[in-house]
Every structure is written in C-alpha cells, then in structure tokens.
Design a protein around this ligand. Structure first.
Ligand code: KE4
Length: 429
C-alpha cells in the first residue's frame, strides 16, 4: 500500500507539532507503522492523502454517528457559518440543543455547553466539589475522562489508593485528593467511602468503558456504585462523552438503568465539531456561575457551528427510532463473525457491542478491568490492525480503545469487513 505522502507529511509534521499529531493516539505509537493523514471522508469510509480508502471504525473516536459528511450535518454547518462563526453571546441554537439533551436524558434538567469532553468532566467535578464542600473524588483505573490534572492520576499499589501523578507535569498535590479504584470492583468503592468518611465529593466513571478497550460493567456494579454514593452523601458523575447518544438515545443511563447526578457529554452532540457538556440535576447545575458560586467559562462554549451540527445530529436520531437497534445488530454481526473466525483458527479473541460501540480483545476471556485488559495480547492486536489496514479497514490504532460503527455502515460494509477480518486473522496466526 502506498503511504508515501502520509510519511512525507509526518516527517514535516514532527518538526512543528509534538509527535506530528494533535492528540497522541493518532501517532500509531501503540501499533507502530505509518499514521495515515486523512484527506477526506464520506459515509462509512475515510480516504488518506495517498488515495487509499478504508472502512472507518474510529469515527473520530465516536463523534461520528450518522456517517462522515452527512448532508444534513454539512448543510447545517454551512448555513450556520454563513451567519457568522462566533458571537460570544447567547444564541437560540444553544437553547435548543440544551432542551433536546434535557428531553432525551432522564437525569438531565440543566446543561452547560463547553468545547471538549475534558472541559466537561473537569467542570463537572469542580461543581461536585463546590456543591458538596468535599475535596476527594473517586475515579476508576482505566477510565479516561480527558486530561484535567486531577484526573491524570495513576492507580497506586493498593486497591483503592490516593492517586499518584499519571504523567509528567501533574504535581502530586493535584491528584492528592483523587482516589483510584479498579473498574467493576464494588468492594473497592465501598472501602474508599469507609476509608474517607465524609470526604468524597463524587465518583466519576465511564458507564461502559471505552478507554481501556471495550469493557462493560458487570451486573449490579453501577447500581452498587449508585447506592454507595447515596449512602455516603456523594454524587455520581457518569461520563457519557463516549456513550452518550452512542449506545442509546438516552445513553448508557437509559440502556443500563442507572441515574447520574451529573452527566458529561461530548463527541456525538457536536458530530465532529468541538462540543462538550456537563449536565444534570437542577439543584446542582444552578450552582454554576453566573447563577451560582462555581465558576466556569468559555469563549467558544455553545459555538454556533458546533451547536448547528449537534442539533442536526440529534434531529437525525429522533427521526430514526430504529437506529440503535440497527447499529447494535451490525456491531454484533461484526464481533460474532470475527470471534467465530478466530475460534476456527485457534486464536483467542473475545468482543462485545453496545449500540454503535464495540470492541475486541485477543484474550481467552472478556477483561473486566484495566489489569485484565493489559494482559490481553496487544502485540497480536497490532499485527491484526495492520493486516486489516492493508485490507482497507481502519480500526483504532490501539488495543486500549473502543471501535464504533455509524448509520452509514451498511450490511455490505460489514460483510466486506468480515471478509477482510478473516484474511487478517489468517495472517496474524
Ligand atoms: P476530549 O477532551 O478528547 O473531547 O474528551 C475527553 C474524554 C472524556 N471522557 C471520555 C469517556 C472519553 O472517551 C474522552 C476522549 N476519548 C478519547 C478516545 N479514547 C479521545 C481520543 C483522543 O484522545 O485523541
């Protein structure tokens, strides 16, 4: 496959952009090889600068739900752009988007729009701390909530330990109030509350994890965390930046029957334009400036182009009641087809799907937490990734990510992917 132009651009890009990319995972560090510079995308495919076209399962890390360059989205953004790109003043579109989110997510009564998932979760936790007067937060090992300092905490050696900096540049005090517990371990959550009585403002979690690979909560886990928060006067912050409007119209909360106090959104609510949001109970959100004492602000919050794209995306969802059933059905055909093919070759491969989100691990059993995810065969994943890439199928360039399908991934697309996947598995061996 000719990737000479991508290679040339990357060589230049590394001189002026760290690692040549504006977000680390794009550099193919986990899988090696030449990162593809994408020239354009349409429907279920992306095309790189060398003219190679791939069936795309990254979907801008979940932001693209209806397919790339969807006419309704493009028209909405084009029309908005013609009226001006930003005003720094309230607009009707922001109101409409907030109203639609409130209408679709049962736990949401008020919304504040921001410009990224990072900003959304950072702000939600500031609000949780401000509303409870408590400083400690609990996050789960392997869940990613963006790069705010307090959330870049690595798990310590214990089961539910105070965080240690997960990266250079995060001072120890920034994570000194962040408790890190394993995913799917309810006992660890209960012990955290026992060890820090009256000190924990919130537990923040991904309701279906997509940043340590695709990992679903075990039965009773989310309900148990909800009960532990209620018993200890803490808030439950459910990070639906990835799962929101991705696994169901009402997100993972609707699918799994759990209710957040605060919810964060991103990705689909901007359909590729920069949008995030934190949202939830009125008594909490009313404490956000200027109506309350918890400060948060943003020049481009509620940007007219981003809200136009988000509104168009949510309107398309409302017009298509069968969307999530179709997405999940096709995702399951993909996962089942690939795991069956692997089984016939004696290759341990497991996977799962929820709405338009799915994932695979080269492992005998489905991991339930980050430690188990790290024991999967990521070297084999890297070889599978490249074998698929050569076949014109673009998975996430890391085994610690989830995969996504869009409304544009039709049955022919899925069949083509399965054919490519079977050949790739034979090559991976
Ligand atoms: P952003 O700041 O990247 O918009 O959102 C951060 C975030 C928050 N919460 C969840 C559950 C997320 O998945 C994310 C970001 N997701 C990653 C995908 N693993 C974005 C890809 C990237 O970092 O380039």
């Amino acid at each position: 496959m000719n990737v000479s132009r991508s290679r040339e651009l990357m060589e230049r890009a590394t001189r002026v952009i760290p690692g040549g990319v504006n977000s680390p995972v794009r550099a193919f560090g986990s899988v090696g090889g030449d990162a593809r510079f994408i020239a354009e995308a349409s429907g279920a495919t992306v095309t790189d600068v060398d003219g190679n076209t791939y069936v795309d399962y990254v979907a801008s890390w979940g932001a693209i739900l209806h397919g790339h360059a969807h006419p309704a989205i493009v028209d909405a953004v084009r029309t908005a752009a013609g009226r001006g790109t930003s005003f720094g003043a309230p607009t009707e579109a922001e109101l409409l988007l907030a109203e639609r989110i409130c209408a679709r997510v049962a736990s949401v009564e008020m919304v504040r729009l921001v410009s990224s998932g990072t900003e959304a979760t950072m702000s939600a936790l500031r609000l949780a701390r401000g509303a409870t007067g408590r400083d400690r937060i609990v996050k789960l090992d392997g869940c990613y909530h963006g790069h705010a300092d307090a959330l870049l905490a690595a798990a310590g050696s214990g089961v539910a330990t105070l965080g240690i900096p997960g990266t250079l540049g995060v001072p120890a005090p920034a994570v000194a109030d962040t408790i890190v517990a394993p995913y799917n371990d309810l006992g660890a959550i209960e012990r955290a509350f026992e060890d820090h009585p009256g000190q924990i403002a919130a537990v923040v979690l991904e309701p279906i994890a997509g940043n340590m690979g695709f990992i679903e909560p075990v039965d009773g886990y989310l309900a148990g965390v909800r009960a532990a928060c209620d018993a200890n006067g803490a808030l439950l912050v459910i990070d639906e930046v990835m799962t929101g409007f991705r696994v169901a119209a009402g997100g993972a909360q609707e699918r799994l029957g759990v209710r957040a106090d605060l919810t964060t959104f991103g990705k689909v609510i901007g359909h590729g334009l920069p949008v995030g949001a934190y949202a939830g109970r009125r008594d909490l959100m009313a404490q956000v400036a200027p109506s309350g004492g918890v400060y948060q602000a943003g020049t481009l919050s509620g940007n007219p182009l981003a809200t136009a794209a988000g509104l168009a995306a949510l309107e398309l969802i409302e017009a298509d009641p069968g969307l999530y059933a179709r997405l999940e059905s096709r995702a399951r055909v993909l996962v089942d087809g690939l795991t069956d093919a692997a089984r016939r070759l004696g290759i341990p491969l497991v996977g799962g799907a929820a709405g338009g989100m799915w994932g695979l691990f080269f492992a005998e059993h489905a991991p339930r937490d980050r430690a188990a995810a790290s024991r999967a065969d990521h070297e084999r994943y890297a070889r599978f990734f490249h074998a698929l890439l050569e076949e014109g199928v673009y998975l996430a360039p890391s085994g610690y990510e989830a995969a996504f399908i869009t409304a544009a991934h039709d049955d022919a697309c899925i069949e083509r992917t399965l054919d490519a996947g079977r050949r790739a598995l034979e090559r991976v061996g």
